[in-house]
Ligand binder design. Structure first.
Ligand SMILES: N[C@@H](CCC(=O)N[C@@H](CS)C(=O)NCC(=O)O)C(=O)O
Length: 310
């Protein structure tokens, strides 16, 4: 069944996944989604989740790059995302990367200031910086130096790692998940902050590594319309099997009705559904509507809050 990625070209998190698809040598279908809501076709599949990217395989829908990359590793094990026993640690690096990504958003939006289109500023401001986003963006704009100082520390750690080793990537001579989890925010800083290339030039090994990362490419991508993607969901059967976890700390079990959303105050709509499968990494819920039929929507546990609603 085809791998479908719902995304837009400027999205750094989508770039992480596109390179992940490239690393796996995958063929995939590219569905273009709007950069700001409303995203009616996307939320028909996800039940409300609006972030980018989302992967669809038939009637299974994977939200968040964490869930997407984990599923890609399961379906396409070679070449592995975990060279040189980097399992586990690479996921830890993904949480670190997310923290630095948010710092880079402060930098990019803060530096853009008034030049930022109002609707985009409002959407991303609220999503990443909470109800007080207007003051926060203004504050970032007036105080860029402390943000740069934060990002510089993190990048210097990556630079140290790359300088200590004769290898081309973070865990040896093959790229893996750890590299993807750092690369995407560097790509964002370089491409979307006017001073990005000049700032990054101080990290010599990092810049060399960036070109090796870019050379991975995106695999074989071909376009697909949103309408065709919805039809594919409607004409497919959910492939996920029921799974229980008797040690689940929240006592979650298949059949429970739950709501799921990122555990930050982004003003986002939660996805509600009935649990089909649950384990320590992932929660998968079923939903049904006329546009897509019955779908199974997968979320990571790390970074998401799950509430039982009946
Ligand atoms: N934890 C999420 C973060 C996704 C995320 O924040 N993506 C950005 C784009 S790079 C986003 O959704 N922006 C708002 C949007 O596209 O509507 C993941 O890893 O997928």
């Amino acid at each position: 069944m085809d791998i479908i990625l719902h995304n837009y070209p400027q999205s750094p998190v989508a770039e992480k996944v596109r390179l992940g698809l490239g690393l796996k040598g995958a063929a995939w279908k590219d569905v273009l989604i709007p950069r700001i809501p409303p995203k009616p076709d996307l939320v028909a599949l996800t039940g409300g989740y609006r972030r980018t990217p989302v992967m669809q395989i038939g009637a299974d829908v994977y939200c968040d790059s964490q869930c997407i990359l984990q599923e890609l590793e399961r379906r396409l094990p070679q070449p592995s995302f975990f060279p040189n026993d980097s399992q586990g640690l690479a996921w830890g690096i993904s949480r670190w990367g997310e923290q630095v990504f948010v710092e880079s958003i402060k930098l990019v939006l803060g530096a853009a200031g008034e030049a930022l289109p109002q609707d985009f500023a409002q959407d991303r401001g609220r999503l990443y910086f909470g109800p007080d986003w207007q003051n926060q963006l203004q504050n970032f704009n007036q105080h860029l130096a402390p943000i740069i100082a934060q990002i510089r520390v993190h990048l210097s750690w990556v630079e140290q790692r790359l300088s200590m080793s004769v290898s081309n990537f973070l865990f040896g001579n093959a790229p893996g998940l750890a590299d993807l989890e750092i690369y995407y925010f560097v790509w964002f800083i370089r491409g979307r902050w006017a001073q990005g290339p000049e700032f990054l030039a101080q990290f010599v090994k990092l810049v060399e590594w960036e070109s090796r990362m870019a050379a991975i490419g995106h695999g074989q991508m071909s376009p697909l319309s949103a309408q065709e993607a919805l039809e594919i969901a409607k004409n497919s059967q959910v492939q996920t099997l029921e799974q229980n976890d008797s040690n689940d700390p929240q006592g979650l079990t298949p059949g429970m009705q739950v709501s799921i959303k990122p555990d930050v105050d982004g003003g986002e709509q939660a996805t509600e559904g009935r649990i089909l499968a649950i384990n320590q990494d992932t929660i998968s819920v079923l939903r049904k509507n006329d546009q897509v039929g019955k779908v199974c929507i997968h979320f990571p546990r790390a970074g998401y809050q799950v509430q039982v609603i009946d």
